[in-house]
Write a protein that binds this ligand. Structure first.
Ligand code: SF4
Length: 386
């Protein structure tokens, strides 16, 4: 069920209502600019682009794609909020912030800044790190091996989850893979969700041009943040000018969990590489993984050490959905969605239970909603290595 409808119980927030409203405007409206429609914007406002509907709908209708297209059309005739610019230009602003990290962080966390940007005062914005993951990677001495993978350095891991990026590099390296990386563009996830589709198309085409020369069945592309890497398998196929190249690339692009699970199936990663310490792990799955990948990959990966007891939690959307949960008018509904589908189940876990969460937004939201720290499956598996 659509998480926003579950939270509001308002018919206008159902998947059906959103699709019907769009169909009606397209078929019935005689206005010159059909998409310049404030009522339609309201109908899409609480769609958090979780892609849950694409899994449930027999015709695979993905309302997040409709929302993205609608916003693109709507903002051709309307002024965008300043914060949209902040979200999509995040990497650029963080480059500036890194010049004066202490001052920048004080400004970012201030009430004045949040209020002027339309960001919920109760949210802690992620702190910019002094060194990016890419800068750290450039200092590493990478040994040549026969098993090679390309790592997609997504903008979230690069700027905020630097330690997670390091964990992924260490895990892959210790498991015998040569981690390759190259200069590429950001994923376009923020641009897609905010309806900057021209920019998203440019990013998709550029990333496809960079990686289609490098990626093959033998040398796959893998990513840490699900919403970023899975765009290669979803939106990029719709946005790409070169459909054949995009398709071929998508077939050799994996979340890091999928890659490790595949390597386990091939016998390239085995139980013997891990310690036997006991651990209870429960997995909260990112919505885009549910829609475009599978929870089973995280399960298989975390279950490989002998004494890991792993369960997939029956949780729904956490409600953060990238920028959505930071926006002042969406903060309350974001927390309500989290409360309905995730927080209670996380809060009820014993203290010794490790909560595995792949999505950067999900980890932030769960900490805000429950006070509990969670870890990406990569960091948990790295801990278990011999
Ligand atoms: S993408 Fe998610 S929030 Fe949007 S309509 Fe579909 S199920 Fe609801």
């Amino acid at each position: 069920m659509c998480p926003s409808y579950r939270a509001t119980k308002n018919e206008k927030d159902t998947t059906r209502a959103r699709a019907n409203a769009l169909r009606e405007i397209l078929n019935e409206s005689t206005a010159k600019y059909k998409f310049n429609n404030v009522a339609l914007k309201e109908v899409f406002d609480l769609c958090i682009s979780c892609k849950g509907c694409s899994n449930e709908c027999p015709s695979n209708v993905d309302v997040s794609i409709l929302k993205s297209e609608f916003l693109y059309q709507f903002y051709k005739d309307n002024k965008r909020p300043l914060r949209d610019f902040l979200f999509v230009k995040n990497s650029f602003f963080l480059k500036l912030a890194r010049l004066f990290p202490e001052i920048a962080n004080a400004i970012i966390q201030s009430k004045l800044f949040k209020k002027s940007m339309g960001i919920a005062v109760k949210r802690n914005l992620p702190k910019p790190k002094k060194q990016t993951f890419r800068a750290w990677l450039e200092q590493q001495n990478i040994k040549e091996t026969t098993k090679k993978v390309y790592l997609f350095i997504d903008e979230f891991t690069n700027n905020y989850d630097v330690e997670l990026g390091k964990d992924a590099f260490m895990l892959l390296t210790k498991l015998g893979y040569q981690v390759l990386y190259t200069t590429h563009y950001q994923s376009g996830r923020a641009e897609i969700s905010k309806g900057y589709l021209k920019k998203a198309k440019k990013l998709a085409n550029r990333n496809i041009a960079v990686f289609s020369k490098l990626i093959s069945k033998e040398v796959p592309l893998i990513g840490i943040e699900p919403s970023a890497i899975l765009s290669f398998r979803d939106e990029y196929l719709r946005l790409a000018d070169k459909a054949v190249e995009a398709k071929k690339l998508s077939e050799n692009t994996f979340t890091i969990e999928e890659f490790i699970a595949n390597e386990i199936d091939k016998g390239c990663i085995t139980e013997r590489q891990f310690r036997e310490s006991e651990k209870i792990i429960k997995i909260h799955t990112h919505c885009h993984q549910k829609a475009l990948s599978t929870s089973e990959a995280s399960f298989k990966m975390l279950n490989i050490p002998k004494n890991h007891k792993v369960t997939i939690l029956n949780t729904g959307c956490c409600g953060m959905a990238g920028a959505f949960g930071y926006e002042k008018e969406h903060y309350a509904i974001s927390m309500q969605i989290g409360e309905n589908s995730v927080f209670k189940k996380i809060k009820s876990q014993e203290i010794n239970v490790e909560i595995a969460v792949s999505g950067t937004s999900c980890r932030h939201q769960i900490t805000d909603g429950t006070g509990k720290k969670t870890k990406h499956p990569v960091s948990i598996l790295l801990d278990a290595l011999k």
